[in-house]
Design a protein around this ligand. Sequence first.
Ligand SMILES: Cc1cc2nc3c(=O)[nH]c(=O)nc-3n(C[C@H](O)[C@H](O)[C@H](O)COP(=O)(O)OP(=O)(O)OC[C@H]3O[C@@H](n4cnc5c(N)ncnc54)[C@H](O)[C@@H]3O)c2cc1C
Length: 436
Amino acid sequence: MEEKRLSGSKDPGVYDVIFVGGGAANTAALLHLLWHHGYDGKVLLLERGKPITERDFDDPHDIVSGFPFGSGQTSDCKMVVSKITGGSLCGCVGMNSFNDAAYRFVEQMSFFNNESIMNYYRSPPPVPPFLHETDFEVIRNGIIHIGTEFGQQIGKRVYNYLVSLPNLDVHCKEKVLDIDLQDKRVFTDCDRTYRGRTIVIGTGKASHDMLQALILKYKLEWSRGEAHVGTRVEVPRGVVKRHIDLYYDFKYILKLPSGDARSFCACPGGQVRRVENYGIYSLNGAAARTEGLKTDRTNFAIIVKVNLNPDADVFQYLYNWGKRINDYHQPKDGIVKVSWKTFLTRASLRALLGHSVWHSIYSWCDEFQSITPEFLDTVQMQFPEIKFATNRPTLTNTLQLVDGVYIVGETTGLTRGLWQSVISGICCVEGMVKEL
Ligand SMILES: Cc1cc2nc3c(=O)[nH]c(=O)nc-3n(C[C@H](O)[C@H](O)[C@H](O)COP(=O)(O)OP(=O)(O)OC[C@H]3O[C@@H](n4cnc5c(N)ncnc54)[C@H](O)[C@@H]3O)c2cc1C
């Protein structure tokens, strides 16, 4: 698809609204503004990654690979319909706006796919008897797992729709380097400057350095994100089948003095892949729903929240942690397999995760073993998994950063996952249209 460019591109382009970042949150915001509200002002979207139409399913995982759905290339499109699983968006925007935006999102998606996305929704099942016997706290969610491939199809339709709109310019492969929050100017790596009356920043966890620079420059209040580390594990699909049947993305939390351990991001029939963030290699999982693409394995993460020194920068902290792990062992293409027994007896690997993290993970596995006896014999511990968190400006009951500048999605540090990101985008537009 030809990208639309401003004529005389060295001249500053002037727009009514500029969206920075074409991820899940900003895509939902754009759609809500242009499709739902029928906004006819001049709009620009700047995305540093490739358009979704140029991405392959087999591209390496890249959280910054861009538009739409940001990490959608790799995101499994498991949509956890929850106000409580991570994040504090509901507290910020209020329950009514949250529910309203969720409805609008379903409406959007129903327009872009033939069957309503709600067909995929199932109500959370009750806690089964075999879990009553354990110390697990169970998070029950209604999961819509539309599948990575189907998610991409929807993403492509959304992309094709958006680029066909006469009042929207879409510039992919153009990275925003800096934003002047007062003059509402946006500077990019293509040596261009744009000016907007309104700017919406939805850069996800990427460009956190740009956000930090803005926070310092404009003396915005900020707070530290959370850091989670742990490990991805892989088991034969059959071992966790009944957990998957019950809760597609099963989340079992074990409360421990050494730090709560939780399972996270189950990927049935999927693969563990290497991920690179800021030069640090880690692992993540992808699920497959399409029969031909399925493996006979299921992977999921077991992670623990780590307590940071009050002065620590969460990104520096995680970077240092990841670097230590990488210096020890770089995962080769895709997968490093460390068997459970090797992992257990290798003091060095245990040391990499830190004693208390390891202790929590080990206790989680022990508890899981009591309900799934084949677990310990079959599990393969993968490379340590690191979850990057967002150092964010402090926002209270608003998604507005300063006058005329809004932030959405993971940039805010208020959301977790696709569902909450898109809801933040829609809520933002609802507030914004009153000012436009
Ligand atoms: C491997 C993987 C699997 C996942 N699976 C799931 C899942 O199954 N379910 C779920 O709910 N969540 C999942 N997630 C998380 C989910 O993808 C994110 O929560 C969601 O994408 C966040 O949306 P966002 O719009 O805030 O940020 P993003 O989707 O990250 O979008 C940010 C966009 O901004 C662009 N950008 C960044 N900086 C700049 C800049 N300076 N200039 C221009 N553009 C810029 C990026 O390229 C990106 O396209 C997964 C994530 C990963 C990495």
